[in-house]
Design a protein around this ligand. Structure first.
Ligand SMILES: CCCCCCCCCCCCCCCCCC(=O)SCCNC(=O)CCNC(=O)[C@H](O)C(C)(C)COP(=O)(O)OP(=O)(O)OC[C@H]1O[C@@H](n2cnc3c(N)ncnc32)[C@H](O)[C@@H]1OP(=O)(O)O
Ligand SMILES: NC(=O)C1=CN([C@@H]2O[C@H](COP(=O)(O)OP(=O)(O)OC[C@H]3O[C@@H](n4cnc5c(N)ncnc54)[C@H](OP(=O)(O)O)[C@@H]3O)[C@@H](O)[C@H]2O)C=CC1
Length: 518
């Protein structure tokens, strides 16, 4: 059997969502590890005043592509941007482009989606479900297509505790839902969304479940595989450790904690934190593309599902994540932290509310007061409100755990040659979590916040200043409490003397007993 790189040699690949977090890593890895791939056709839309060509050339200038640039400075010649808006009829692909695509594409990787948890249902349905349906229709017109790889999420079935490598019946027939929402006003759809999504936490997981069903329906006509990654985090090894470029999922939480803004969050210390590095997901995706294509004539015509998770193989827990994130940001602090990093997770609702009041709202109020008094615009309360909204949406995933079957991931690994296992490594048993988390935190500093590592001594100095402010504040608070409450009341003074003498007696007792034992 051909190796993975040999298989992709001379192939034309179509990628949606190439400008996104995972899409970029996929493009980079294909160009670097499969240098003889014929062409990568990227479906990209113009955005924020930039044409699709400008967006793609900006993307290729990004640091992520440094290694490919070194190996092959002309790598951009393999990239063919195609203008496409996935929520438009026919994906808004021009007739000539359509002709080109249908005549030459061999493999499709469908990564595009809206991953926002608060996306209005109609829009999530249009992009995550209807666009998938349209892409499949286009794929069916491609005579040379050998594999269609759909990126789903491990949480598409998060209303179940145990999730196998299979496609579950959808919560509703997608076509029926699309037809009935079509005529409804947006406000009506908004009102009935909670009833429709039922036990799904948001429109994202709900529409991703429906998309799987759409894909399954077509699996008899195409060679399809579905990849279900869990919580995709920074890269583990490739193209370099710690690469990340967004605030999604845990990254925003880590940054907020590193900046000393986030002090508390609802999460279960003992629940498995099913993070998966982005390079692992991409390696598995490329391997699945190869396997699906190579076995297209011998395999039974049903989509193979790959749960791409770490929990069952190399588990790590939210409590451990908290510990390693905090210690990493203490060693490598972020610039201009609001307070010293010290976040605690708790599964107790009341405790969490208490800490939100004391450690979020109260300092924000004080700081905004200071900003107002110094003639500046208050901003801390606004930041905390946005943070609370974001973490409120994430808590569902950090407060419970799931069990995924990873049989197909293991099966795929067993089919790789020793060389491919190294080049397209997705063996998460080798993942050293503390090291990974350290690189992840440094990655958020370097690549998301664009902070310079040479500024770390100044950032440490700033943390020392914050510690001194805290000590001074606590001392003043103690003196204030003493003056106002204790020094003025005889009863409070008596209680105070009683507590102090009790402590003194205990101390004397322990000293005496330790002298006796010696
Ligand atoms: C210390 C130790 C702690 C340990 C415990 C950690 C626990 C972490 C738990 C993570 C669980 C993740 C579960 C993901 C599971 C599904 C995975 C997937 O399939 S799919 C992948 C998963 N999909 C997702 O993760 C999507 C989740 N995100 C969303 O749905 C939306 O961004 C939004 C609703 C949160 C805000 O919308 P909206 O208000 O319209 O505005 P914008 O979007 O423009 O952002 C506004 C501000 O919010 C900020 N910010 C953003 N994200 C986070 C964050 N995670 N956090 C914090 N902050 C965040 C953002 O920086 C910005 O600030 P600024 O620059 O303006 O100052
Ligand atoms: N990140 C994660 O933790 C996880 C992600 N996944 C899945 O992986 C896939 C990729 O996710 P990720 O890279 O993180 O997501 P991003 O949000 O980073 O990227 C989404 C991509 O989809 C494109 N896109 C969105 N809307 C349209 C549209 N209307 N027309 C054309 N293109 C569009 C975006 O293009 P543009 O730049 O123009 O907006 C972007 O390239 C998704 O299918 C997601 O469900 C699964 C599990 C976890």
């Amino acid at each position: 059997m051909a190796s993975i790189a040999d298989y992709y040699a001379g192939k034309s690949v179509l990628i949606t969502g190439a400008t996104g977090f995972m899409g970029k890593v996929l493009v980079e890895k294909l160009l670097r590890s499969c240098p003889h791939v014929r062409a990568l056709y990227l479906l990209v839309r113009p955005k924020a005043g930039q044409s699709m060509q400008e967006r793609v050339s900006d993307m290729m200038k990004c640091k992520l592509f440094d290694r490919v640039r070194e190996d092959n400075p002309d790598f951009h010649q393999k990239i063919v941007p195609i203008s496409s808006e996935l929520i438009q009829p026919g994906l808004a692909i021009g007739p000539e482009d359509k002709e080109t695509l249908t005549s030459c594409i061999n493999i499709i990787f469908h990564c595009a989606a809206t991953i926002r948890f608060d996306e209005p249902l109609k829009h999530a349905l249009q992009l995550n479900v209807m666009a998938t349906q349209q892409l499949i229709s286009l794929a069916q017109q491609m005579p040379h297509l050998q594999a269609f790889i759909h990126i789903s999420t491990a949480y598409a079935n998060c209303n179940r505790r145990h999730i196998d490598d299979i496609i579950y019946p959808p919560p509703v027939e997608p076509k029926k839902l699309i037809d009935s929402l079509e005529w409804m006003e947006d406000s009506i759809v908004r009102d009935i969304t909670p009833r429709l999504i039922g036990d799904h936490p948001n429109t994202y997981t709900y529409t991703k479940a429906l998309a799987e069903c759409v894909v399954q329906k077509e699996s008899s006509k195409l060679s399809i595989a579905i990849i279900r990654p869990s919580i995709v985090g920074a890269s583990w090894q490739e193209p370099f450790p710690g690469w990340i470029d967004n605030f999604n999922g845990p990254s925003g939480v880590f940054i907020a904690a590193g900046k000393g803004i986030l002090r508390t969050m609802r999460a279960n210390n003992d629940a498995v934190a099913d993070l998966i590095p982005v390079d692992v997901v991409i390696n598995l995706t490329l391997a699945a593309g190869w396997y699906t294509a190579v076995h297209r004539s011998t395999r039974p015509k049903a989509a193979l599902v790959y749960n791409c998770t770490t929990g069952g193989i190399n588990p790590f827990h939210w409590g451990e994540i908290e510990h390693h994130v905090m210690s990493s940001f203490k060693r490598n602090p972020l610039e201009q932290a609001f307070r010293r990093p010290n976040a605690n997770i708790t599964s107790n609702y009341l405790m969490n509310q208490y800490w939100i009041l004391v450690s979020h709202r109260f300092p924000a109020l004080l700081y905004d007061l200071y900003l107002r008094l110094s003639g500046q615009k208050p901003q801390m309360m606004r930041i905390f409100n946005r943070l609370h909204k974001a973490i409120g949406l994430l808590e569902y995933f950090s407060s419970q755990d799931w069990e995924w079957n990873s049989e197909n991931m293991n099966m795929l690994m067993s089919h790789l040659s020793p060389e491919d296992r190294k080049t397209f490594n997705f063996d998460v048993r080798q993942l050293n979590w503390p090291e990974y988390i350290e690189n992840y935190c440094i990655g958020t500093k370097k690549y998301v916040l664009n902070e310079d590592m040479s500024d770390i001594p100044a950032a440490r100095q700033h943390l020392r200043k914050l510690r001194n402010i805290r000590y001074t504040f606590n001392t003043l608070l103690l003196v204030f409490i003493w003056r106002v409450f204790i020094a003025r009341s005889q009863m409070a003074r008596n209680i105070w003397y009683f507590v102090v003498s009790l402590c003194f007696k205990f101390l004397s007792y322990f000293r005496a007993s330790s002298t006796l034992t010696n």
